[in-house]
Design a protein around this ligand. Sequence first.
Ligand code: SAM
Length: 274
Amino acid sequence: MQIERSVFGRLRELVYHHSGLSFDEKKMYYFDRRVETRIEAVGATSVTDYVQLLRRGDGADELQALCESLTTNETYFFREYAQLKAFAEGVLPMLLNARRAAGTRRLRIWSAGCSTGEEPYTLAIILREMIEDFEQWDVSILGTDISREVLRRARQAIYGTRALKDVPTIYRQRYFRTEADGERVATLISRMVTFRQANLKLARPPRDLTDLDAIFCRNVLIYFGDHSRRQAVEMFHDALTPGGAIFLGSSESVGRITSAFHPVQLGRMLTYIK
Ligand SMILES: C[S@@+](CC[C@H](N)C(=O)[O-])C[C@H]1O[C@@H](n2cnc3c(N)ncnc32)[C@H](O)[C@@H]1O
């Protein structure tokens, strides 16, 4: 099946409006294949029929399903190690001091676009390792994603060896247990993380996500269009506490998207603070 350009344009707009995901003509083949699969899944008779379904009041679930099917979910533990090191050694001590000075020992982190969970579990390992008086702290990490399927896998907390390729051996021994179907994240790590579905195409942060210490949204906004990318980063700004930090992927620059954050050089890494 090949979708006509005009229909591709209409579908692309619906997807962008719902999720922020942007597809140019170079990605048309990828887009076509996903649409084809969804057309088969719902039993639509033609692409036009399918577009009509998406536009109907009861088409919201199908639009969500189409957007989920268009996501790229590649991830692994300790991805972009240098950035995590800058977080652990530079930013985290600052965040802990700020919380202590405010008279609290509560730390809240959001992994936005967490895919199958490797990123939030990595953050949990880092926090457990780096906070000396960890037992005195109330630490929580929230992982969110638009895709229900990746969240289901994240909650299982079982991974193949490929996902663990960059995990330092000592952490692998400490925080993973080999089971019949893969490597299971230890409960003392998995219980620090909760998951829920959330679409990042939001003008304002969800009401319970304010006063956060750090937000990781790595390798997510590269798939967004300019407008939704800026809207998401500004929404993150609202969700952070003053002094809180935002981390995008290494190929994405906060400074190029908005001037709302202060750039702080930590070693070779530029970090953005509210
Ligand atoms: C490539 S993965 C990145 C995973 C992890 N952050 C990392 O860096 O390894 C991108 C994730 O963003 C999610 N995503 C894409 N659009 C989204 C949206 N509008 N709202 C929430 N999550 C979204 C996808 O479902 C996917 O799991």
